[in-house]
Design a protein around this ligand. Structure first.
Ligand SMILES: C[S@@+](CC[C@H](N)C(=O)[O-])C[C@H]1O[C@@H](n2cnc3c(N)ncnc32)[C@H](O)[C@@H]1O
Length: 199
């Protein structure tokens, strides 16, 4: 019994980068950064069983759309239940790697990611997959759009800053989560502000 529990825990951490679902504190802290009064194109990456998805579906305006990207189909029943419970909202589930979904430039107003970026680090390839993911996120986000990402241990902040070419807008700490988490908020600069910065 204990051995099975330990094996499951190890599998969760290795594959999903988490021990249990994100807490309500973390979900609220991240979603407080989104202005739900506007119609938004929202992408959630790495929904798992949907602690963020349920709140997103409930808070988004009827004119908004929510794309949920989750590589593992074993979580589908939880996400499908949220979709069924939100008949007046446009929520679409995509079972694929996020790099396959983000093919359209400047599309999303908000990207909310639970991806375990630290797990994507790989010295042998000089973090090729990690950077593929971050470039895809940057590409798919509208100018002025916001990328929200939580991480344990404050990892990968400089990787995100490198890809976006600027410092993080805010970094906040949410202690009431297993594990305590850092929330990164990164807005995509407009082409104009990029030109001004470069001059
Ligand atoms: C840390 S869990 C987060 C689950 C949930 N959002 C939460 O906060 O409790 C990360 C999720 O990202 C998914 N994932 C990992 N790599 C992915 C990828 N390349 N594309 C889409 N989803 C991915 C995993 O299957 C896992 O469900």
């Amino acid at each position: 019994m204990l051995i099975k529990l330990y094996k499951n825990l190890k599998k969760n951490i290795r594959e999903d980068g988490l021990i249990v679902n994100s807490s309500g504190f973390l979900v609220r802290a991240m979603l407080a950064k989104v202005d739900f009064s506007k119609d938004l194109r929202i992408l959630e990456i790495g929904s798992g069983k949907g602690p963020f998805t349920r709140q997103l579906a409930s808070r988004m305006s009827p004119g908004s759309t929510l794309d949920v990207c989750e590589i593992k189909s074993e979580y589908n029943p939880w996400i499908e239940k949220i979709i069924a419970d939100s008949p007046r909202k446009v929520v679409r589930l995509h079972n694929c790697c996020v790099t396959d979904l983000l093919r359209q430039a400047d599309y999303y107003d908000v990207i909310i990611s639970s991806l375990p970026l630290k797990n994507f680090e790989d010295r042998a390839t000089r973090n090729a997959f990690l950077y593929k993911v971050l470039h895809a996120v940057q590409y798919g986000l509208k100018e002025g759009g916001v990328y929200l990402q939580y991480q344990y241990f404050k990892s990968n902040q400089t990787d995100i800053e490198q890809v976006f070419g600027k410092s993080m807008d805010t970094v906040s700490f949410v202690p009431l989560n297993i594990l305590p988490a850092f929330v990164y908020e990164m807005s995509k600069p407009t082409a104009l502000s990029q030109t001004v910065t470069a001059e």
